[in-house]
Design a protein around this ligand. Sequence first.
Ligand code: FES
Length: 356
Amino acid sequence: MSVRRLADEQPTSFEFTPENRVWAERELAKYPPGRQASAVLALLWRAQKQNGYWLPRAAIERVAAMLDMPNIRVLEIATFYTMFNLAPVGRHYVQVCGTTPCMLCGSDDIKAVCRKRIGEEGHVTPDGLFSWIEVECLGACCNAPMVQINEDYYEDLTPESFARLLDDLANGRPVKAGSQIGRVSSEPVGGLTSLTTLYGVDGRGGRGAPAPANDQPQAPVDEAAAQAHAEAEAAHINATIATLPADATARQKADAVGVCPPALDAPRGAGPDDLQRIKGVGPVNEKRLHELGVFHFDQIAAWMRSEIRWVGTYLSFPGRIDREQWVAQAAKLAAGGGGPKDGQTHTRLPAGRIET
Ligand code: FES
């Protein structure tokens, strides 16, 4: 470990705010008399947070006095643990995970954005807004690559989404912590691969799962659960979109919540499938799907969770693809099953337009 020294320029004093003082007294009360030193990490951490995420000498000595510890003992602790910053950091303090899972998923590209937008590691931008360092695993490997900014995690980053995040922070716009592609917790990128009947999503596995044979019914779908899932999806997507600039395009909104599905340049073989056989797809949406390079049932049947979110958002109806179960319908049609034209009809609106 390299030597860690206190910053050259130091404030002359440090005092906890009244609220933090009350909090500190509660911390001290957790330990038996004479054992107050047990609270040293908690107090240093609180002092660092109060002081803009770095520890000046005065704060270290203040904590030592409160805990009746020699200054050198607290100084040893503050200089040993790298979670304590000994020099000023940016108001948005970016910690980029560079450990193997994040590295394999693109943390080098995230670091390149840091160098370009912020400067070299450890450097604070002249306006005091940003600084960054590389750190070891932050425990969110399944949503790699990720960064921590102050106390929040930002996951499933791409260089583009990360650059946009820095822009938003620089301009004081609201940002959304957590997955930047709308993933819930650490669910698979392609959507659920188990408990799908419980959630009533689409009754299929992830990408590559075999389409059900014609005589093989879809996994039973609990309608109420499907609707609840669709509503939760819509709420989550709308909350993400609300953080974007008011003039964000449909594609920018879709990119913020998901991944554009694979496209074909042109229909295969004898031409496009009749996508209007999927209940909920009318002429307007069929045309827009064609514009996205989606011509066949098997393409829709293979959409993964992030792709469902992308398309639903791009077409301006988050949650509806789940609600109407396009993927399950498409899987059935791809396997030769029936669709609306075999019995159900689209709803005709008074103006003669077909509801899509
Ligand atoms: S490797 Fe990056 S969070 Fe674990």
